[in-house]
Write a protein that binds this ligand. Structure first.
Ligand SMILES: *Cc1c(COP(=O)(O)O)cnc(C)c1O
Length: 427
């Protein structure tokens, strides 16, 4: 086959008004792909802005955005241009060499956060792994703790590698994967007395708390914002005993909260924080940021083959610059308030079923009452039938995480669907 034929066969038609001629065959898919995911019976084929189309040509309003990832929505011209530019120039080399795009992206992050240094990897779990390794080395070499313990929160989520499922304070992610990684201890979220007690209790012999890893807003755990007073006391406590305060900003960071970083809502700065989901607008990238004083890694101690390659860094940089240039944070604040207000109005009509609407910017949750027989999945499924994509955050919380470029019209349409869905599922 000639190169030209190949190019013609793979030519992309962004307008793509014709759906595939053959319907998607889920059975063949399941025959060859491991069943690690519980999937909805839906196969998506293309997207534009906040809309996606399935293989039958049906349109959906996308309030999932690849789970809080597609910051600029689908096929955003800035991303398309950056992908084209970078793939033609240079896509991958190795960290054996200097990668200018990596330096530029790191500079952007450092200029726009409390961090001094950045390490790049490919996912949220890897970014948290890097933070865990950094915290352990800091504890061993600076704090002189032989067996450092990292405190994490109940109902947290930090990823699916062995260390990060251990860090995750939810037994359902750990079951059957033991022995888990030692050196973690869990405390209830937003409860400072529990942290103080754990720090005292765990201080015996060679064991001591060496760091705290926590989300500024718990995403998967049910869209639970951090409490300002709690986080300020956490910061104080860490300063007093000299341990690292590390924030997992994988879901809430990169503008989703209406500020660039979740910690800006809490009036405290972390020593270390991680990012992934929204950072590349949907291309796989993760990053671990640290202040200079705790950047303890030496050459050869941590690495990633793909991490920070020219392709992902060039594209992520264009995502960051677009966020800034198009004043997207303002849109997040405005549309986030619009969405919450609308959801609260709906919630007031269903006091027996909806207990709370909460969130920051464009990460919001609608919680279903514990004693209602409704589940988040019921609402998500009914919404999908009506052309709106949503995602549960646990059993009882419906999560709304649209692209950050979402418009007034999109929010109004989504609210209309939710209203219709509530009528249906409570009938
Ligand atoms: C999604 C998520 C992760 C894991 O990210 P992956 O890219 O799936 O490894 C970690 N922490 C938080 C808070 C997340 O939301």
């Amino acid at each position: 086959m000639s190169f030209q034929t190949l190019v013609e066969q793979t030519e992309i038609h962004p307008e793509g008004n014709s759906a595939s001629s053959t319907p998607f065959d889920a059975d063949s898919f399941n025959e060859v792909v491991m069943s690690t995911y519980g999937r909805f019976p839906l196969a998506l084929e293309r997207g534009s802005g906040c809309r996606v189309w399935d293989t039958q040509g049906k349109e959906y309003l996308d309030f999932v955005a690849g789970i809080a990832t597609c910051t600029l929505g689908h096929a955003h011209p800035a991303m398309v241009a950056a992908v084209n530019r970078q793939i033609q120039k240079l896509h991958h080399v190795s960290n054996l060499y200097y990668i200018p795009e990596q330096g530029e992206l790191a500079k952007w992050i450092v200029d726009h956060s409390c961090a001094d240094r950045v390490f790049f990897c490919n996912s949220g779990a890897e970014a948290n792994e890097a933070a865990i390794k950094l915290a352990r080395k800091y504890a061993h070499t600076v704090l002189d703790i032989a067996n450092p313990i990292i405190l994490t929160a109940n109902a947290s989520f930090h990823g699916r590698t062995l260390a990060t499922i251990t860090a995750t304070g939810q037994p359902k992610y750990q079951k059957h994967f033991d022995p888990l990684v030692p050196g973690f201890h869990y405390v209830p979220y937003n409860d400072i007395a529990a942290v103080e007690a754990a720090v005292t209790e765990l201080d015996e012999g060679n064991y001591r708390v060496g760091a705290i890893l926590i989300e500024p807003l718990q995403g998967e755990g049910g869209v639970r914002p951090g409490d300002v007073a709690y986080f300020q006391k956490l910061r104080q406590l860490c300063d007093e005993i000299g341990i690292l305060l590390m924030f997992d900003e994988v879901q809430v960071g990169m503008g989703r909260s209406g500020k660039l970083w979740g910690y800006e809502h809490l009036g405290v700065e972390p020593d270390v924080f991680t990012s992934a989901k929204g950072l590349g607008g949907g291309i796989p990238i993760g990053a671990m940021m640290a202040k200079k004083f705790c950047d303890v890694f030496q050459p050869g101690e941590h690495a990633s083959t793909f991490g920070g390659n020219p392709f992902v860094c060039g594209v992520a940089l264009s995502v960051c610059q677009t966020l800034e240039k198009e004043n997207i944070l303002e849109n997040v604040q405005e549309q986030g308030a619009h969405l919450r207000e609308g959801l609260k109005m709906i919630a007031r009509k269903y006091p027996d079923h909806i207990s709370e609407v909460r969130g920051w910017g464009l990460i919001n949750g609608m919680e279903i009452k514990a004693d209602s027989q409704l589940t988040a999945a019921d609402v998500v499924k009914a919404a999908m039938d009506e052309g709106l994509l949503l995602v549960p955050a646990g059993l009882k919380v419906v999560r709304f995480v649209p692209p950050l470029i979402v418009t007034d019209t999109d929010i109004n349409q989504a609210l209309q669907v939710v209203e219709k869905v509530m009528v249906k599922v409570t009938a």
